[in-house]
Structure formats: structure tokens, C-alpha cells
Design a protein around this ligand. Structure first.
Ligand code: RP5
Length: 164
């Protein structure tokens, strides 16, 4: 079973990360989740990233707010793909975390999703895994089809309403 890791800088980040778990469950992707901070637990965070591949993890998602160094710290300690989730904190509306996560120097990429974009982080992880696991590719196709049908139904509904 494909496996994704989610690491968050603080347990206070958890409420905005529910979408990650929902998507993993929907696609039947195994996950592990940890609270580890690049600033407060730098040694443990580095060890986590260094050992991820040998634990069977194939993609790491890292969520953090403020001076969000966590995704970069993950990337520095593994060659696995790292997806950064900037978390909106009480100040600066998450722009601080967005820039800290996305502005990685050349040679050390972090694929960054929207502020609080935990569902998209999981979906991107599934898309990466789908290169290797054909059943995930099939599920993604069905997921996209369902999304399309939902929008087309809303479009039809709207047009019935404005005809009145
Ligand atoms: C970051 O600092 C965490 O990811 C969190 O978003 C933010 C605040 O952390 P707490 O002070 O709530 O633990 O490292």
C-alpha cells in the first residue's frame, strides 16, 4: 500500500489539516502523521526525514505556519518529494508561511500548495503515487469525472433558475 507522511510544526495546525486525512482515506493511501518542528525539534525533524524512505514513505507533506521552515527542512534531509502546506496563523494571514515555504533556493525544491491547502497536498501526493500505482490513476480519473459532473449539474440548475 502506498504511504504518505504528514508532518506538522505544531498540534495547533491540526484543525486545518483535516482535508489531508479525508483525501488519504478516500484514495486508500496509508499515512503516518507527526508533530515535529524545524525550530523546536530540529534533530527529531531531520531524523524523521532521513528515515522516511526506509519506513516505506513515498511522499512527505509538511505543514507549518509563521516562519515556516519545516518543508524545507524535510527536503534538506531526503530525496523524496516534499509538498509544503503553508498554514494561516494569527498574523499576516499565512503570507509569511506561504513565502517561507515556496521560496526555496535553487536545488532544493518544495512543491507548495495554497495556504491551508491540505486537501490539495494530499491530492498532489496521490498524483505522484499514481505514476507507480495504476489503481490510484484510475481513482483519480473517477474523482475528476465526479467533480466535472457536479459542476455541470450546478450549471444546469443555475440555468433552470434564471429562466424563471
Ligand atoms: C509553527 O508555528 C507551527 O507550524 C504553527 O503553525 C505556528 C505556531 O505554533 P504554536 O505556537 O501554536 O505551537 O511552527
Amino acid at each position: 500500500m502506498p504511504k504518505v507522511a504528514l508532518v506538522m510544526g505544531s498540534k495547533s495546525d491540526l484543525p486545518v489539516l483535516e482535508g489531508f486525512f479525508k483525501v488519504c482515506k478516500e484514495f486508500n493511501v496509508e499515512y503516518e502523521a507527526r508533530v515535529l518542528s524545524a525550530h523546536r525539534t530540529p534533530v527529531e525533524a531531520a531524523e524523521f526525514a532521513q528515515g522516511a524512505k526506509s519506513r516505506g514513505v513515498e511522499v512527505i507533506c509538511a505543514a507549518a505556519g509563521k516562519a515556516a521552515h519545516l518543508a524545507g527542512a524535510m527536503a534538506a534531509n531526503t530525496t523524496l518529494p516534499v509538498i509544503g502546506i503553508p498554514v494561516k496563523s494569527s498574523t499576516l494571514d499565512g503570507l509569511d508561511a506561504l513565502l517561507s515555504t515556496v521560496q526555496m533556493p535553487s536545488g532544493m525544491p518544495v512543491a507548495t500548495v495554497a495556504i491551508n491547502g491540505a486537501d490539495n497536498a494530499a491530492l498532489l501526493a496521490v498524483q505522484i503515487l499514481a505514476i507507480k500505482y495504476p489503481e490510484l490513476a484510475d481513482k483519480l480519473t473517477a474523482y475528476r469525472r465526479a467533480m466535472t459532473e457536479k459542476v455541470l449539474a450546478a450549471d444546469e440548475e443555475l440555468n433552470k433558475e434564471i429562466e424563471k
